[in-house]
Design a protein around this ligand. Structure first.
Ligand code: DAK
Length: 257
């Protein structure tokens, strides 16, 4: 049991809450290690269908831990960035979707962590930003790359060069967040997780994979990958069950096989 990450289970769904509220859930090595370990365990959990990631208190994650980073040497900074980037890639490669329930500040490494998740839900108090230039550094956990891919270079440059924060509405309008919610952002994320958990698990994981693995591919390469994964769906009993259930006008009972 980690003292910086609380993991709760609701049926096939896990809720991961980062619990460093006094430091606004800043990412230090302990948090990154705990998230990485949780992701490794999740990958081995055949019954898990979705993860909701959030932060305790008024922040999702207010960035990499500035106190921990202050005296890093260039070599140590490189190692820290590698650790954070590996965590982000691990999230993207997870077979189950991760939904970021952004309850408050998602800044720097926190914005980068949210962008490593599959669906970003912004609560009314969400604030996104890449303010690293205020500290004399640049994003180090993939921010310059994932942000530009999500929102385009024009808006990524605006955020990364000025360090300004954007609220939920602007985050949705620029494509950084998928939805904005007025109510409880974790409840909304859980509702989305339950919706996904009722789908064919293999199909969900293939859809996620097709999008992430081919984000930088040219269209014909991406279409070839999609074609292969689509064909592989027909090797599952879930494909047969899903289509049979539709034709029999009943709810499908997916097993993930
Ligand atoms: N790290 C450590 N502590 C933090 C923190 C952070 N990122 N953000 C906040 N805190 C701490 C504050 O120091 C304060 O601690 P105490 O003074 O109570 O001990 C506590 O959380 C509450 O914060 P505030 O008192 O400031 O709360 P306010 O509501 O007034 O302001 C704020 C909230 C989020 C606007 C403000 O705290 C703020 O501006 N925080 C810093 C946000 C920020 O700059 N985030 C980006 C961090 S840099 C790289 C690898 C990674 C990265 C870069 C390079 N390489 C290795 C190449 C990533 C960098 C970042 O993420």
């Amino acid at each position: 049991m980690s003292d910086v990450l609380r993991i709760e289970r609701q049926g096939p769904i896990e809720i991961w809450t980062i619990t460093r509220p006094k430091a606004l859930n800043a990412l230090n090595a302990a948090v990154i290690d705990a998230l990485t370990e949780a992701a490794i365990a999740a990958d081995a959990d055949a019954d898990l269908r979705a993860i909701v990631l959030t932060g305790e208190g008024k922040a999702f994650v207010a960035g990499a831990d500035i106190a921990a980073m202050q005296s890093l040497t260039p070599a140590e900074a490189g190692a820290f960035a590698a650790k954070g980037q590996a965590m982000g890639e691990r999230f993207e490669r997870l077979g189950v979707p991760v939904i970021a329930a952004v309850n408050g500040f998602a800044l720097g490494g926190g914005c980068e962590l949210a962008m490593s998740c599959d669906i970003v839900i912004a609560g009314a108090r969400a604030k996104f930003g890449q303010p690293e230039v205020n500290l004399g550094v640049i994003p180090g956990f993939g921010g310059t790359q994932r942000l530009a891919r999500r929102v385009g270079a024009t808006k990524a440059l605006d955020l990364c060069l000025t360090g300004r924060f954007v609220g939920a509405e602007e985050a949705v309008s620029m494509g950084l967040a998928a939805r904005r919610v007025e109510g409880d952002v974790v409840e909304e994320a859980l509702a989305i997780a339950r919706t996904i958990a009722a789908k064919g698990p293999v199909a969900v994981s293939y859809a996620k994979r097709a999008i992430h693995e081919n984000a930088d591919a040219d269209l014909s390469t991406g279409l070839a990958a999609e074609r292969n994964l689509f064909a592989l769906c027909f090797a599952t009993s879930d494909q047969s069950e899903g289509m049979t259930a539709f034709l029999e006008k009943r709810a499908a009972e997916f097993t993930g096989a």
